[in-house]
Design a protein around this ligand. Structure first.
Ligand code: MN
Ligand code: MN
Length: 470
């Protein structure tokens, strides 16, 4: 009898005192299984429509306008409940829903990024060698180069002409479109290549995209395959070879978003990092009525190469937008900032049992355990991290728990195994309290990344809770 009592006391203590992780599927509320499927269907459409930051901006504008948002113009009168957006150079977008409270009391921000790792064409890309035509690339963001060969690729972007015209290019996602690829060595002749370290087996300068093999007919000049390719491009877009100089063309994986698993519990796609959080913040914002605090959704470009540049999170474009909103109420932006909160919505690494040795499982994000909160990111002793305060983490614990959001803590891998950063540091630099949070991803930065549907939905639910926090 006594022994049994002892056990039950231990169980009681365990329940009361110990922090225990639980699979999200065991914690879903009634109806949430259906809700997460419906949400993920919309997310998959968003992914297929946006394979570059420009396309994500277009799609965002379309969704926002359908939800009653208007394009912001300076000097516009804004009152509670008004919904506006502003596009920065077609590559980044800021959206706001004006709250009841004054901007002097701060705003709730969710900041995600819509650029993803890819292969950008060089400015003089097209060449012919041994009767084959190729495009030279310079990769964008952190990629593992061996993953980008022998997969189907699409070509997306713009060609800006001297006359001011900007031609949109999207080859590969239309019905009957051709695709492109980068070839690799056959195993039969790969003996020497196979001895090289993974990171050196495919040099960056060998990531050349195969774009043609048929020579121009009835001609005995040089580079006839290249010439035929140029002729086809000229016929379709009216461009010449020199126009590549002012083009931004990117090769992206030709995979559409799809369900993964017998149980369809996962989504495989290109660009989950960070469109999975971008869509979550956007979808949450679009559902807002009139919040207490003004809600701001920031979808930034250039995160994958350090948030630099005029469309990155370091750009003053964000500050200018916020200053414009503040000026309507005669509020100083710095006063608004110091009372604001920002969720830096970016993906984190999901614990992968196939590579368990680079993770510290106790502090890693697990698939289906909910949105992952990262107190800090960085590398080598948290270097480059924003490192949110204990108070801010406590604040978010309360906000998420009150909204019934399934969440977990997340650290990106073992200490000194590597690391990474997000836009959090650049928000915090503005004197805005910031915390990282996002969806755990398997195979992050690969051409085909995988996420759990439950985590996608919980990230959306978390963003909504942040926007609605008073
Ligand atoms: Mn990211
Ligand atoms: Mn990334």
């Amino acid at each position: 009898m006594d022994e049994q009592k002892e056990v039950s006391r231990g169980e009681q203590l365990r329940k009361a005192l110990c922090y225990e992780k639980k699979n999200g599927y065991d914690r879903l509320q009634p109806g949430e299984l259906e809700a997460l499927e419906a949400y993920c269907a919309g997310y998959k459409q968003f992914l297929d429509a946006g394979k570059t930051e420009r396309e994500c901006v277009d799609r965002t504008v379309a969704l926002a306008e359908a939800s009653g948002f208007r394009r912001y113009t300076r000097g516009m009168d804004l009152k509670a409940g008004d919904k506006v957006y502003l596009v920065n150079r077609d590559k980044a977008i800021m959206l706001a829903v004006m709250g009841r409270k004054s901007l002097s009391e701060g705003v709730n921000i969710c900041a995600a990024h819509i650029d993803s790792p890819r292969l950008d064409l060089k400015q003089n890309p097209l060449y012919e060698i041994d009767d084959l035509a190729f495009l030279k690339t310079h990769y964008y963001g952190g990629i593992r180069k061996y993953q980008w060969v022998t997969i189907p690729l699409e070509l997306h972007g713009v060609i800006a002409l001297k006359n001011g015209q900007v031609i949109r290019v999207s080859i590969g996602n239309g019905e009957g479109d051709p695709l492109f690829t980068i070839d690799d060595l056959l195993p039969h002749l790969g003996v020497e290549q196979s001895k090289k370290p993974l990171g050196e087996a495919i040099p960056g300068e060998s990531l050349n995209i195969l774009v043609g093999s048929r020579p121009l007919a009835d001609d005995d000049g040089k580079d006839r395959v290249k010439l035929l390719a140029l002729e086809l491009l000229n016929r379709k877009y009216g461009i010449t070879e020199e126009d590549f100089i002012s083009a931004e063309l990117s090769a992206v994986p030709a995979f559409c978003a799809c369900d993964i698993g017998f149980d369809r519990s996962l989504i495989g796609a290109y660009g989950h990092d960070d469109r999975v959080c971008a869509y979550a913040s956007l979808a949450a914002l679009l559902q807002l009525d009139t919040p207490e605090r003004t809600a701001v959704c920031m979808l930034a470009d250039k995160e994958e190469i350090g948030s630099e540049g005029v469309s990155g999170m370091k750009s003053a474009a964000f500050d200018t937008f916020m200053a414009d909103l503040c000026s309507v109420q005669g509020v100083l932006p710095r006063v608004c900032y110091e009372h604001s909160f920002c969720l830096s919505a970016d993906v984190t690494a999901a614990y992968d049992p196939n590579f368990a040795d680079v993770y510290e499982k106790r502090n890693s994000a697990l698939v289906n355990y909910g949105v992952g909160l990262c107190k800090y990111t960085g590398a080598r002793g948290k270097s480059g991290a924003s490192d949110a305060s204990a108070e801010i983490v406590a604040y978010i614990r309360r906000v998420l728990d009150e909204a019934g959001v399934i969440w977990q803590m997340a650290e990106l891998g073992k200490v000194d195994a590597g690391g990474g950063g997000t836009v959090a540091a650049y928000m915090a630099e503005r004197n805005i309290d910031t915390l990282d949070a996002g969806v755990p991803v398997l195979s992050m930065h690969a051409p085909f990344e995988t996420v759990g549907k439950l985590d996608c939905y919980m990230t959306f639910k978390g963003m909504k809770a942040v926007f609605e926090a008073v």
